[in-house]
Design a protein around this ligand. Structure first.
Ligand code: GEK
Length: 252
């Protein structure tokens, strides 16, 4: 069994940078990722835990489950931990080689009945196979907006009747007053978690061209347009939201 690297504290943006480059999921980020995501996304641990609980309810025996943009496999491992159904195959996909390599060491160290495969690929290129659950936990926001509907459509097409998509995203509000308040509350959340003003502003600049966020209305329209019959926002904190989208039983 390969050793799991200890989690380091995120200090990627703690020193003033002459030029803030676009954010990438490279080896430096991988080393601090669990700390970074927990201190940056309100409710992250709750979302991961709930994904495990949803897996208990929605995964169908002898089917595939996809975790798209799996990073270090937090959601993959929550599914593996909670899934009691037999013959389930969990496939984690991420296009960062550094993430995939580290994720594999975490998966190798974790026991459980379900098979897990971690693959390095772009989710806009991958052809999914029939499945009963798909997770997009803060991933679609990094994909070219022009490709987002196509990805959701292909997830819908491959989900079995009764299958579930969990999608979590950072969102923006169309009301500018509400948007300013929610962004401010999120930055306060980060400062409360120990990030300095410099870290908050440099990270924001690094993400500006990389993370293009939609409104909640756009997310929900996309899910309905794909054909999902039930679209339910189950989590919201500041400008972070998560939905469940269920494919109706009547689909062939
Ligand atoms: C978690 N889901 O811990 N194809 C594949 N992977 C991608 C793509 C793409 N086109 N674009 C970005 N990624 C995880 C957290 S993090 C969210 C997800 C965050 C990957 C990218 O390499 C990174 O690992 C992940 O999506 C986004 O539940 O850091 O805010």
């Amino acid at each position: 069994m390969k050793p799991i690297q200890p989690t380091q504290r995120d200090a990627v943006y703690s020193q003033p940078l002459e030029k803030v480059s676009d954010f990438t999921f490279d080896a430096q980020v991988v080393n601090v990722f669990p700390d970074m995501i927990n201190r940056s996304i309100p409710g992250y641990a709750n979302i991961i835990h709930t994904i495990g609980r949803l897996a208990e309810r929605y995964i169908q025996p002898h089917t595939k489950v996809y975790d798209l943009g799996c990073s270090l496999g937090a959601a993959t491992l929550a599914v593996k931990q909670h899934c009691q159904q037999s013959g389930v195959e969990i496939i984690g996909i991420d296009n960062s080689q550094a993430m995939v390599e580290r994720c594999q060491t975490y998966v190798d160290a974790y026991r459980g009945d379900s098979q897990v495969h971690i693959i390095c690929a772009d989710i806009s290129d991958v052809q999914l196979e029939p499945c009963s659950m798909v997770i997009l936990n803060f991933t679609l926001q990094f994909v070219d907006p022009k490709l987002r509907q196509k990805i959701i459509n292909s997830i819908f097409a491959q989900l079995l009747p009764g299958g579930l998509l969990v999608i979590s995203e950072k969102v923006r509000h169309s009301d500018p007053v509400a948007e300013e308040l929610l962004v401010d509350l999120h930055h306060q959340f980060k400062r409360d978690n120990g990030y300095s003003e410099l870290e908050v502003s440099q990270k924001r600049a690094a993400l500006e061209n990389v993370m293009r966020i939609d409104t909640p209305e756009t997310q929900e329209r996309r899910l309905h347009d794909a054909g999902f019959t039930t679209v339910q926002n189950w989590f919201r904190c500041f400008n972070f939201a998560s939905w469940v989208a269920i494919k109706g039983e009547s689909h062939e």
